[in-house]
Ligand binder design. Sequence first.
Ligand SMILES: [Cu+2]
Length: 151
Amino acid sequence: MKALVLSGKKIMWAVSGCALLLALLFVFGSFGDSLPTFSGEEQKEVREVNIVTGEFKAETADGEEIETYRWDPGTIFAEKGEPLQLNIYGVNGEEHPFVIEGTEKQGVVHQGNETVVDVQFDEEGVYRMICTTHADFETDGPMVAYIVVGG
Ligand SMILES: [Cu+2]
């Protein structure tokens, strides 16, 4: 077999070829990192929000027992497009089926268990998370939390 003998010129070509390749990789590699995402918005970190189900109970002067179930906190602030992870823990009440306005999100919170919901709002506004069992005063509510989405 013929030994591979490289002249000085060939070595120079090989070295500059490698250098060019590295430079191209560097340039395109860093472009890949700095290019904006398709939506033009930077990826935002998921923010966890911890919520519990609570209950107010009282006895009126004439001996009537009244109660209301609540989401606590009852107001949640978010930014437009911010990914939220709602961790909802059931404390009071056996179960709370819920819907979140403006989304397809729904679920059930069971006592002693955590229900996790990923949600994101692309428009500013106030969105209600409504327990469909305790939606108003007549049904031991209003079990409604307000998600306030700003720009
Ligand atoms: Cu409820």
